[in-house]
Design a protein around this ligand. Structure first.
Ligand SMILES: *[C@@H]1O[C@H](CO)[C@@H](O)[C@H](O)[C@H]1NC(C)=O
Ligand SMILES: *[C@@H]1O[C@H](CO)[C@@H](O)[C@H](O)[C@H]1NC(C)=O
Ligand SMILES: *[C@@H]1O[C@H](CO)[C@@H](O)[C@H](O)[C@H]1NC(C)=O
Ligand SMILES: *[C@@H]1O[C@H](CO)[C@@H](O)[C@H](O)[C@H]1NC(C)=O
Ligand SMILES: *[C@@H]1O[C@H](CO)[C@@H](O)[C@H](O)[C@H]1NC(C)=O
Ligand SMILES: *[C@@H]1O[C@H](CO)[C@@H](O)[C@H](O)[C@H]1NC(C)=O
Length: 417
């Protein structure tokens, strides 16, 4: 079966490639740290730092980003607005009236929580470190803080670039390059009648790799179709094997009446999964539901198998050639991912605010659903050879494990025709 072999080879390569930083659906995706020096002070400078999400569909979720770096010299953070350093460090060498906010050589900074926000004139701050993806919510795709740096150079020639940037967003997964001097950022006054510019601007580009982010995948895909009785489940051991549950936390047989929510302090606690053969916290099911004369209909169900996690503002990326002609989508939002590419075959789907944008923990309500109505393109539409199933699925920006193509639901009586 050479065709099957090529199919498996392609999906195998897909898995290998997705392990690298390059993402074919978002080749330029990155998080850019922009460091704008706006003012020289008596012993350093004042500026703003922006964490800008240039990724189409990968957000920074709870508990938010942590940005750290290493100073090149003896710099300290005198003051900071709209964020805070997690550790002040040893400031015993300072005898002045005002003790610096942070004296560490390698400060780590986190966003303030919304409840800690006092108006300090810092836009885009104080969202608990959450950053939306660019397609989902471009207005919230940036997070900013203002900082006054002391013991630093006081001109563009003597000031030194911080080194060794590390971005946790929220866990590992991003690799940051070295800071580069770039063209100074320009700012328009609110009335738009005057432009000013930063004295110095540095950029740091951080790129994501799922491979670095976690060892096991977190999501798998199952398939079914109206013409086939069998449901093709997620491949066994997609995210782990039942027997190895001890590695990834415990697993619970059947329904759990109530689970104690995970403490909000972090994601360090392992998931408490419902026992399944795939052992993934998330399963995406694609059902080919109807075949009309001019249209066909698919149903998507996302199920949460983790008793300890809610996914707020979840997102799904689906690649299928018929997204070129998506007629209607019910109860999810959607946006084409490459609307200007010659062929537009993938879409970002996400929940409707205050309706199903929260994918609740495992249990009776732990799923969200949508139906998609596609306009048929008669030259390509077919129910054969798995064409009606998605080519690739991402949940919250991470690749989901697909069943092998030779297991896809088949049209009945195939051998008789
Ligand atoms: C980072 O994203 C910006 C904005 O999309 C893009 O212009 C730039 O080329 C990207 N850089 C890298 C290294 O991918
Ligand atoms: C620059 O510094 C001056 C005085 O130190 C201050 O009044 C001004 O607000 C500062 N501007 C910015 C953009 O920080
Ligand atoms: C860079 O940062 C990482 C993590 O903060 C740290 O472990 C490492 O020692 C740093 N390297 C240098 C050269 O400062
Ligand atoms: C998930 O959200 C629901 C509704 O807001 C809440 O009742 C529940 O405690 C949350 N569960 C966890 C694990 O945070
Ligand atoms: C991409 O798809 C969207 C809707 O799914 C459609 O509005 C848009 O015209 C398509 N773009 C191209 C280039 O086909
Ligand atoms: C139908 O599919 C063919 C081949 O995939 C493509 O060239 C053509 O542009 C499509 N037509 C429409 C209306 O999308």
């Amino acid at each position: 079966m050479p065709q099957d072999f090529i199919f498996s080879l392609v999906s195998f390569l897909g898995i290998v490639i997705s392990g690298l930083a390059y993402d074919p659906l978002d080749p330029d995706g990155n998080i850019t740290i922009k460091w704008d020096i706006l003012n020289w002070t008596s012993d350093g400078y004042e500026g703003t730092v922006s964490v800008i999400n240039h990724q189409k569909y990968r957000q920074v979720g709870h508990p938010g980003w942590t940005l750290s770096w290493t100073w090149s010299g003896k710099e300290v953070i005198r003051s900071i607005w709209g964020a805070q350093a997690t550790d002040q460090g040893d400031c015993s060498g300072f005898r002045m009236a005002t003790i610096p906010h942070c004296c560490r050589r390698d400060p780590a900074v986190v966003d303030l929580l919304p409840t800690m926000k006092i108006d300090q004139g810092v836009p885009n701050c104080c969202r608990g470190g959450l950053i939306a993806s660019r397609l989902q919510d471009p207005e919230d795709a940036v997070s900013m803080f203002r900082v006054r740096v002391g013991m630093a150079g006081r001109s563009g020639r003597t000031v030194r670039l911080p080194r060794n940037f590390t971005l946790l967003a929220p866990g590992p997964g991003y690799t940051c390059g070295t800071a580069q001097k770039v063209r100074p950022t320009r700012f328009l006054t609110p009335d738009g009648r005057r432009a000013t510019q930063a004295l110095v601007t540095w950029n740091v580009i951080c790129t994501y790799s799922q491979f670095l982010a976690r060892k096991a995948p977190a999501c798998c895909v199952s398939l079914s179709a109206f013409f086939s009785r069998s449901i093709v489940g997620c491949p066994a051991c997609s995210c782990g094997c039942r027997g190895d549950a001890m590695d990834r936390g415990s697993c619970v047989e059947g329904d759990l009446e109530s689970a104690t929510p995970r403490p909000t302090s972090g994601d360090s606690k392992p998931p408490l999964l419902r026992c399944t053969d795939h052992m993934c916290p998330i399963r995406v099911h694609w059902h080919v539901k109807h075949n009309y004369q001019k249209y066909w209909r698919a149903k998507i169900t996302i199920t949460n198998f983790d008793y300890l996690s809610n996914y707020s503002q979840w997102s799904l990326v689906v690649q299928h050639p018929n997204f070129e002609n998506l007629e209607q989508i019910f109860s999810f939002n959607s946006r084409p991912i490459s609307p200007y590419a010659s062929f537009n075959d993938s879409a970002l789907l996400w929940g409707v605010k205050n309706y199903n944008d929260l994918l609740i923990q495992a249990g009776l309500l732990g799923n969200v659903q949508s139906e998609l109505l596609f306009h048929k393109n008669t030259s390509s539409f077919t129910l054969e050879k798995g064409w009606a199933f998605p080519r690739r699925v991402y949940f919250n920006g991470d690749d989901c494990i697909m069943p092998p193509p030779n297991a896809y639901p088949m049209l009945p009586n195939k051998g008789l025709r």
